[in-house]
Design a protein around this ligand. Sequence first.
Ligand code: RB5
Length: 146
Amino acid sequence: MKIGLASDHAGYALKEHLRQWLDAKNIPYIDYGTGSPESVNYAVYGHRLAAAVESGEADKGIAICGTGNGIGMTLNKHRDIRAAVCWNEETARLARAHNDANILALPGRLITAEDAERMVETFLRTAFEGGRHEERIRTIPIPTSN
Ligand code: RB5
C-alpha cells in the first residue's frame, strides 16, 4: 500500500511529522508537496494528490490544510475521490467503514501530531464494510448524461 501525501503551508509541519512517522513504520509514501512553510494554494496540491489516487499511483491519500476543508473540497471535485475531513479516531474509522474514503483530510491547525497519528493508523487499518453502504457510495458521483 502506497500513501500519497499533500498539504498547503498550514499543513506542512504536520505532513513533515507524518513523513517521519510513516518512515518509522516502513509504510511507503509519495509526497506531492508542498515542500516548505511558504504560503501556497491548497488547491494545487489537492488536485495533484487526487490525480495520483485516481490513477492508482497512490492507493490512499492523506491531505492536510489548516481546517481540512479547502483541500477536502478540492479533492472531492474529482469523480473517484472520496475525501473525508476527520477530527478524531471515530470519524476516521467511519470514513473508511461506511464511506470507503480513499483520502483522509486533516485540519492541521486544529489537531495535535498525536491525534493525527491515531487517525492515520485507524484510517489505514479499517476496511470498508460494504453491504448497505455499497449503493450509497456508488451514487455519490453526479450521474453523467450518456
Ligand atoms: C490557509 O491560511 C488556510 O485558509 C487553509 O489552510 C485552509 O484551512 C483552507 O480551507
